[in-house]
Structure formats: C-alpha cells, structure tokens
Design a binder for this molecule. Structure first.
Ligand code: SF4
Ligand code: SF4
Length: 137
C-alpha cells in the first residue's frame, strides 16, 4: 500500500520534511501537477505526514474517502478547475494556484479519483525530476 495526497492539497509543504524516506515530491508545472505527490514504491506507510497537514489532505490509500463531506471553505485542486487560490506555505513562501474550486459546507466530493495521479506522477509524469524545478512554491 501507500499513502495518498488528495486534491485537498494546496501545497502547504508542512508534510515534506517529516517523511523519513523523502518520497514526497512537489509537482511542476503547477497547472499539470498541482499537488505534492507520494512515491508509492518508496512510501513505508509510517503515517508521519498525516498530522503535519493542516488541510487534512493525506490518507492511507485504502481510506481515501469516496464521499468527503466538506466543512465549507476548503479548496480542492485538480487539473481542469479554474478557480484561484492564494496563500502562504509552511515556509512563508507565496502559493498561487489556478486549478482550484472552493467547497461549500456539506458538499460531497469523491476523492478516490485522486489516487491515480499519485501513481501517474511517478510512472508517466516528471517524478523525482520535478525537484529540479522546485521554486519553493
Ligand atoms: S501538508 Fe497537506 S496541503 Fe501541504 S503539501 Fe502536504 S499534503 Fe499538501
Ligand atoms: S506515510 Fe510515511 S513514508 Fe509515506 S509519505 Fe507519509 S511520511 Fe512518507
């Protein structure tokens, strides 16, 4: 198994440094790979990243919710969405995303489609080479 970062991720980066096997990689370009991605072949399922995420975006793969009920105000970030998010990450760097939608209280979202991009990022996408483009955003 692996842990999965879902589309609730807005690149806060609070999780990356705690990973003992350094398998959490920031995606670039942002509009194609808007999250941080977990290498499923390297993740040891220690769970250390989960409490570090202020956005509760990380789940063990078999616990990714198919009916996530929004508290209201949180964002999902997915390729193809067109909303805008601006914030400041864990390190004080500006985050700006153009692939988001803000959720209304009670809105229900299936987060299981977010599993595949975590695999695709390492299989067909930039994978670890994305680190070469890391700007801190
Ligand atoms: S801490 Fe959460 S929101 Fe931030 S990069 Fe990690 S998974 Fe994404
Ligand atoms: S569960 Fe552990 S090994 Fe897997 S990504 Fe999180 S911190 Fe890294």
């Amino acid at each position: 198994m692996t842990h999965i970062i879902t589309s609730l991720c807005v690149r806060d980066r609070g999780c990356i440094e705690v990973c003992p096997v350094e398998c959490m990689i920031p995606g670039f370009p942002l509009n194609e790979w808007p999250w941080i991605y977990i290498d499923p072949d390297t993740c040891i399922d220690c769970g250390a990243c989960i409490p570090e995420c202020p956005y509760a975006a990380i789940f063990p793969e078999d616990e990714v919710p198919s009916a996530y009920k929004a508290k209201g105000g949180e964002y999902i970030s997915r390729v193809g969405l067109t909303g805008h998010f601006e914030g400041v990450n864990h390190h004080g760097n500006k985050i700006s995303l153009d692939t988001v939608k803000q959720l209304a209280a009670g809105e229900v979202v299936d987060l299981t489609p977010d599993i595949k991009p975590n695999y695709d990022f390492f299989k067909n996408g930039p994978g670890y080479s994305s680190k070469d483009n890391d700007t801190g955003a």
